[in-house]
Design a protein around this ligand. Structure first.
Ligand code: CU
Length: 403
């Protein structure tokens, strides 16, 4: 379990520069205003992740993080694809995990005991874990412990959520997926928590079930609360973003970054190459300090950015290994899994050799999180304009102008 959590961490949890692990629990922002009190069943939609016009980024959050409904109503989740994979996972086992994490917010290893979206790296690299990536709705017992074993087909048929099921997992939410939870007419009023089984307690939310005849906020109110919560996060990240764009970084000797964040914001990241255009000279290496899980990929890539997953006919989800593998780059340095988050920042260089623009060249996925960052470099051997992208995060691209 310890190792498994670290895999999750490597994806996102330690993205912020100089971070101190601070657990952020949903704050339960109360939606107010007049809403529906009709006796017919209502649907309320929650956004998973999202975007902003201020920068290209991701949000490890649900907007809003609390939604109020009644027995018999439906909560719909809409996945806004930023390249960060998510689930909506709930049930009494999730409540236990979340309660344990909340009771011990400074734990180096949050006590998450349920399956996580990705496998541990094997000989073929990481892949989706089928016990977490495929839907699973249990009325008793535990999800399969084996990463390659999905729940049975009958367990993948979704019943109404009645609040007593131990495990109720959407599975991986692909681009633009809508996942709906119909609440049983018999569900007890109360608060039901859910989380993303990749990003853990930091990415969680709650469904507040009121009495059958209660009034609930309208969808417009729900949307407004969600937008306010998202804007609050954006406003917290903007100073770091603007600083980076003007060349100010908290780490010495950093000029170019691939991905960025702030130690004050655990639940969102900036997926940009800063600066967007790098001026370079023939024969002089260009290097990037990577923050997050990113690739730097030049030339004709095996996939379109963000489209690194696929569903097989048997319902299993898989990562595209070619998308994540290095090409014309040495393998990424091993990250020390036991580095405490508050250790001093280290930047490990990764020499990608030379490039003349004629081939596909990619770092492969670099899992580069504070405090252990990776800095790939390339030496361009010909003048010209070189465009490049990250294959995980759509719209994360840049240019190197070499003279
Ligand atoms: Cu990226």
């Amino acid at each position: 379990m310890v190792q498994r959590w670290r895999i999750k961490e490597r994806w996102e949890m330690r993205r912020a520069v100089l971070c101190v692990v601070v657990a952020v629990f949903s704050l339960g922002v109360a939606a107010c205003g007049s809403g529906s009190s009709s006796s017919s069943a209502a649907t309320r939609t929650v956004q998973v992740d999202g975007s902003t016009d201020k920068y290209n980024g991701d949000f490890l959050a649900y907007f809003p993080n609390e939604v109020t409904v009644r027995p018999g109503d439906t909560v719909s989740f809409h996945e806004n694809w930023t390249g960060e994979p998510h689930t909506v996972t709930l049930g009494t086992l999730v409540e236990q995990d979340l309660a344990a994490a909340k009771a011990n917010p400074n734990a180096a290893q949050p006590p998450i005991n349920l399956p996580s979206l990705f496998t541990q790296p094997g000989p073929k690299g990481e892949d989706f874990a089928q016990n977490a990536a495929q839907p699973c709705f249990l009325s008793s017992g535990q999800p399969p412990a084996d990463e390659n074993t999905p729940c049975s087909k009958t367990q993948q048929t979704q019943p109404a959520f009645d609040g007593t099921q131990p495990y109720y997992n959407s599975g991986f939410l692909a681009e633009d997926a809508t996942y709906s939870i119909k609440l049983s007419p018999n569900i007890k009023p109360g608060t039901y928590h859910y989380y993303c089984n990749l990003h853990g307690p930091d990415m969680s939310g709650s469904i507040v079930v009121k009495a059958k005849d209660a009034s609930i906020p309208s969808q417009a109110d729900v949307d407004k609360t969600g937008t306010t919560q998202k804007n609050d996060i954006v406003n917290k990240l903007l100073p770091a973003y603007n600083g980076a764009k003007s060349g100010q970084f908290p780490i010495p000797n950093v000029k170019n970054v691939a991905g960025y964040g702030s130690p004050d914001v655990q639940t969102a990241g900036i997926n940009e190459l800063i600066p967007a255009t790098i001026q370079a000279k023939v024969g002089q290496p260009v290097s990037w300090t990577v923050v997050g899980p990113h690739t730097l990929s030049f030339g004709k890539a095996p996939i379109e950015p963000g489209k690194y997953y696929s569903k097989a006919p048997d319902g299993s989800w898989h990562l595209n290994p070619a998308a994540f593998a290095p090409s014309g780059f040495p393998p990424a340095p091993e990250q020390n899994q036991n580095t405490p988050p508050n250790a001093p920042i280290t930047v490990t260089p990764l020499n990608g050799g030379s490039y003349d623009g004629t081939s596909y060249k990619s770092t492969g996925v670099l899992q580069s999180f504070p405090p252990a960052l990776i800095a790939p470099s390339i030496t361009f051997t010909k003048a010209g304009t070189y465009t490049y992208v990250c294959l995980i995060h759509p719209k994360m691209g840049g240019v190197v102008q070499v003279s």
